[in-house]
Design a protein around this ligand. Structure first.
Ligand code: NAP
Length: 494
């Protein structure tokens, strides 16, 4: 008779998309001894934190969802952030995760004792775990611009991820700084509502004209009646996103050229006036910065009440924004759509691993990992959406599920008593990172633009291969890449 399965104690840090997904996988495997820690007051992660007008996702909803919890009720091909957040809440509640989640409880630190993790929260709690799963998201820490006088502004001023819902918007003079995906979405939502609207552009962005369509009641009824076809739809959208943007970002050739031609034609057809078109035309290649998607953006600027401001910002004053040409742009509201510190993975939580190695020191130069999921000297730590997890315009649900499944494989080994602790070797991790560096020149992110993909060394911190390579590399555990610890034989090479 085989020995009964052991029951691991698991801490999941973060109750957004990745944390919820991981917890559901544990439940599906019959593991109940886990706890989620969430810094915010509810589920949802980025979809909880961001509430800006126009918030939506430019990855198709039938692909931007869990494979184990398909939603027949998406209202659009590309759904709103509100709807995605409601979906995440529904899944979390369906799986009974509320009772297992401590909200408003940021994790301060976790320390490996040699046989378990001791985790401490900022609220003073302490717990002991066999595994720590980091699911804290990649775009969390807001990046505020260093513009003189921001604090002197007499109106309302906030970052896009810290939206002040009490501030009235209709009919007011609004300035948005930043032309990334966020700035574009806010512009589309607010320009028609504002009395006067200005978009402050430091660098123009290419926009791929991806149209959005509403799903009618028949589509919803169809997917409710035939839930098995949801997987078919998921696979079809995955094939589309992976085959086009997934390939185009990491390989020169047909798809890159086609997508780039799509962006250029979109701009040419939407902005007929040459002078105006020149103002919207980036110097860099389409997709070098994270591709912005959508339609209807350029037309907004045909309205007299909507202005593109591409003169530099000198400073902010009580009355508005002073540009370098001396003009004062009087405003009631300034929105900073200036992005995030996209390399803050896991931190500010401190991890202290095998032999006292600290995460903050290991990552002092750049965050790195083994195949996006693990780190040398950090036993039984699994990272979800860790370093090199950003893929070109792909579904983070899909990437995270691949990582969750890999983590489940290790947890199952632990359950069976095959391992007590394991972590990737330094050699295997260095080899992986060497391969990443060698692949980087093929990527569009290395074609000469500044973007949040780039690390301090100027190299993209994104996945430099097609998405299927990630699944291949995480499909099986290569035991020669890992150190394994068993209680009876402390640390042995696998
Ligand atoms: P972002 O892509 O980093 O864009 C930040 C913008 O702010 C850039 O246009 C940048 O200009 C500008 N900026 C920064 N500092 C400035 C300054 N001091 N003065 C003037 N302009 C300044 O940030 P984001 O738009 O928030 O998007 C971040 C990521 O979130 C996206 O790339 C995407 O991965 C994710 N996102 C996804 C969706 C979706 O639909 N899936 C939607 C929103 C966000 P420069 O280009 O000159 O630096």
């Amino acid at each position: 008779m085989s020995a009964p399965l052991r029951s691991p104690r698991i801490a999941i840090v973060g109750a957004g998309m990745s944390g919820i997904g991981m917890a559901c996988k544990l439940k599906l495997a019959g593991i109940e001894d886990f706890e989620l820690f969430e810094q915010w007051s509810d589920f949802g992660g980025t979809w909880h934190a961001n509430t800006y007008p126009g918030l939506s996702c430019d990855v198709a909803s039938r692909y931007y969802q869990y494979t184990f919890a398909p939603n027949p009720d998406w209202t659009h091909v590309y759904s709103s952030g509100h709807e995605i957040n409601a979906y995440l809440h529904r899944v979390a509640d369906d799986f009974g995760l509320r009772a297992k989640t401590s909200f408003k409880t940021p994790v301060d630190e976790a320390t490996w004792t040699g046989s378990e993790w001791v985790l401490r929260t900022k609220t003073g709690r302490e717990g002991r775990y066999d595994f720590v799963i980091t699911a804290a998201g990649g775009l969390v820490r807001t990046r505020k611009p260093a513009i003189d006088g921001l604090e002197d502004f007499a109106g309302a001023c906030f970052h896009s991820a810290e939206w002040d819902l009490s501030v009235p918007l209709d009919g007011r003079r609004i300035g948005v700084i930043g032309t990334g995906s966020t700035g574009m979405q806010i512009t589309r939502a607010l320009a028609p509502r504002a009395g006067y609207f200005e978009l402050y552009q430091r660098t123009p962005q290419w926009i791929f004209p991806l149209p959005n369509f509403r799903y009618g009641p028949w589509t919803k009824a169809f997917y409710r009646r035939f839930p098995q076809l949801q997987q078919r739809a998921y696979d079809t959208w995955a094939a589309f996103f992976e085959g086009t943007f997934g390939r185009g970002t990491v390989q020169p050739g047909f798809w890159r050229k086609l997508i780039q031609a799509g962006c250029r034609s979109h701009l040419r057809l939407a902005v007929r006036d040459r002078k105006q078109r020149a103002r919207f035309t980036p110097d860099d290649e389409p997709m070098c910065k994270r591709m912005v998607m959508g339609t209807g953006f350029y037309k907004l600027f045909e309205q007299p009440s909507v202005e593109l401001v591409d003169t530099g910002i000198e400073r902010v004053e009580a009355g508005g924004i002073r540009t370098t040409d001396g003009a004062l742009h009087e405003l009631d509201v300034i929105v900073l759509a200036t992005g995030f510190d996209a390399h803050a993975f896991v931190r500010p939580m401190e991890l202290t691993g095998h032999e006292g190695v600290k995460l903050s020191e290991a990552w002092a130069d750049e965050p790195f990992g083994y195949r996006t999921v693990a780190l040398p000297e950090f036993p039984n730590v699994m990272m979800l959406i860790g370093p090199h997890s950003p893929f070109g315009n792909q579904s983070l649900f899909s990437i995270s599920e691949t990582q969750q499944d890999f983590a489940m494989g290790i947890i199952e080994r632990w359950r069976c008593g095959e391992v007590d602790a394991m972590w990737p070797t330094r050699e295997a991790t260095e080899r992986f990172n060497e391969e990443v560096r060698a692949a980087v020149p093929n990527t569009v992110w290395a074609t000469g633009c500044d973007s949040w993909y780039l690390g301090k060394d100027g190299l993209p911190q994104a996945w430099p291969w097609v998405p299927s390579r990630h699944r291949e590399l995480l499909a099986e555990l290569d035991p020669t890449d890992w150190k394994i610890q068993r209680a009876e034989e402390p640390v042995a090479a696998a």
